[in-house]
Ligand binder design. Structure first.
Ligand code: ADP
Length: 542
């Protein structure tokens, strides 16, 4: 017997319809490439998304055709999120921080038909357009007056002229909720990048779960600042969760430095922000230097790489801001776990709570996870046993776009490439990425643990721990450190700082000071590059 409730496909268009009807006056504030602050409402975004849909129809773009973006976080990008996917095309958010050759490779692989780009990226588009063989239409995200006359890009149009001439009346099409809605290529630290292809259904379920109180806790009372780019796994789903809840959205545009982010948080009464640790490191540095305080910020979700406990403590103790440490990946849309406390933790003292908060958190409803040993046998949730982390759920990848790499699943589970422990309360702790873990004398050393200790030293701005070949122990850890401006610490003092904080054999053999650690396109430390730079390095002989 079937249930007798209405069957309505879960489509992305329904979210912007909802936001327009129930939160029409809800604000969308964007710092623009033009330098000014732009203000509009969900009602405006909804109307302009429909204009985008009409413009795509006028180009005779087929259902499922890819529309690429090279764009910062801003209202025009948001309109493309809804207009492109809502009309049945697939939004492909290209990462402008990639090398132009990689952008060409990715655009050709995904067979993009249209490219919409912020004027910041005009030089990239000039350099790549002739090699992007499938792109027929180039659209600059600006008004007609700002369009360069001599770009050399064939048929270049301004976004405002392209969509502005269209009607804002449009009936969103109804189709299978499993249809593709957007795609995102993984950073491809090894081999060619592969794309995760999200569906309308997976996107809505993910946004729904992400908005829940024990996840990101989003509501119509929030003012949300996604510092995480809209080209990085759909800004962790925040644009969708915001439309679903009617939260105010604040977009930083190209200005990602500590001062600009802090100023925007203050001027727009931001209550909730999201970003990778490196972004917050810059902002905390700016605040510490200027003795600044937040007026409205209540919580911030930090993920993408391990958030050092020192950063969680700085936000919490110095500024009264709750850090939600979260873990996920492109292949998971991306949310997997978020660290929020349980009822049993509420009576605990601050240090006991902190011991929970530094973990990557609990699985949110919809994501199942397990850890396994080398033979695939499931390991206990005792907070000690660590093994390969596998996940499954309706917003976890089944297969990469075009079947690249074959089926990634193992008996229906997706292997994340991370190594983790899970404690009896279900809190996940990422020990390492399997390729970064340091194998010393048959034991494993977590590079994250070593980095977290180094980061707690007041003179350390950034730390990366990597394994170096060792004749006896196979590998030994060294820690590569960038000092804070004006701060001093010696190799010996930093090594002494590890004493008593970890087992003796887990203390690095050496400290290497460098000016900057190479960061990848999504703000993560690039250990592969770092290893290349240090290829002639010799471990000190004891
Ligand atoms: P890529 O694999 O291309 O770097 P992602 O941006 O999807 O792409 O990165 C996902 C990976 O980032 C995870 O598998 C994990 O190794 C790491 N990661 C994400 N969040 C955290 C976190 N909170 N703590 C530790 N590692 C994290």
């Amino acid at each position: 017997m079937l249930g007798l409730m209405q069957s309505q496909p879960l489509l992305i268009s329904s979210m912007i319809d909802f936001a327009e009807r129930h939160h029409g006056e809800g604000e969308i504030v964007s710092r623009r490439v033009e330098g000014d602050i732009h203000r509009c409402t969900y009602k405006d975004i909804a109307g302009r998304s429909r204009q985008v849909a009409n413009a795509l129809d006028a180009m005779k773009l087929a259902f499922g055709d890819r529309v690429a973006t090279l764009a910062w976080n801003g209202y025009r990008h948001l309109e493309l999120y809804f207009g492109v996917s809502g009309s049945g095309r697939v939004l492909h958010t290209l990462n402008p921080r990639l090398h132009p050759d990689q952008i060409v490779w990715i655009a050709n692989h995904s067979e993009d038909q249209v490219l919409c780009f912020d004027m910041t990226f005009l030089p990239i588009v000039k350099a790549v357009h002739a090699r992007c063989t499938t792109i027929k239409h180039f659209i600059a995200l600006c008004d007609a007056a700002s369009l360069p006359a001599d770009s050399g890009i064939p048929g270049l149009q301004s976004y405002e002229a392209w969509m502005g001439s269209q009607a804002s009346k449009y009936t969103w099409p109804e189709f299978d909720e499993n249809s593709a809605s957007s795609m995102c290529y993984t950073s491809g630290t090894t081999g060619n990048p592969k794309a995760a292809l999200y569906s309308h259904r997976s996107t809505i379920l993910h946004a729904w779960a992400g908005a829940m109180p024990d996840a990101l806790n989003m509501s119509a009372r929030d003012s949300v600042l996604p510092v995480v780019p809209m080209f990085h796994v759909n800004a962790w789903g925040l644009p969708y969760s915001a439309a679903m809840t009617g939260a105010k959205m604040v977009f930083p545009g190209p200005a990602m430095d500590g001062k600009s982010i802090f100023d925007l948080i203050e001027s727009e009464n931001v209550t909730f922000a999201a970003g990778v640790p490196t972004v917050w490191q810059m902002m905390l540095g700016h605040m510490q230097q200027g003795g600044l305080r937040f007026s409205t910020l209540k919580r911030t979700v930090i993920g993408g790489s391990a958030c050092p406990p020192a950063m969680i403590a700085a936000f919490n103790d110095d500024y009264g801001v709750e850090v939600l440490h979260a873990w996920g990946m492109t292949e998971m849309s991306p949310l997997g776990t978020v660290c929020t406390l349980k009822n049993k933790h509420t009576a605990m003292d601050a240090s006991q709570k902190m011991a929970v908060r530094i973990k990557q958190g609990r699985g949110i409803y919809g994501v199942d996870m397990k850890i396994v040993d080398d033979l695939g046998a499931e390991l206990p949730w005792d907070g000690k046993a660590f093994g390969d982390l596998l996940v499954k759920g309706p917003w976890v990848i089944r297969e990469y776009f075009k079947g690249e790499g074959g089926s990634p699943l193992v008996n229906g589970w997706f292997p994340t490439g991370d190594v983790a422990t899970i404690d009896p309360d279900g809190y996940l702790q990422i020990t390492d990425r399997s390729k970064d873990v340091i194998k010393s004398g048959g034991e494993w050393i977590s590079s994250i643990d070593v980095e977290n200790i180094a980061m707690a030293h007041p003179a350390v701005a950034m730390a990366a721990c990597i394994g170096m070949k060792h004749p006896k122990w196979d590998e030994r850890p060294v820690v590569v450190v960038v000092k804070k401006p004006g701060a001093e610490v010696s190799r010996e003092a930093l090594l002494a700082f590890f004493e008593g904080k970890t087992a003796k054999w887990q203390i690095p053999d050496d400290v290497i000071f460098i000016d900057a650690i190479p960061l990848g396109a999504t703000g993560k430390m690039q250990k592969v590059k770092l290893r290349e730079t240090l290829k002639d390095y010799q471990l000190p002989t004891a």
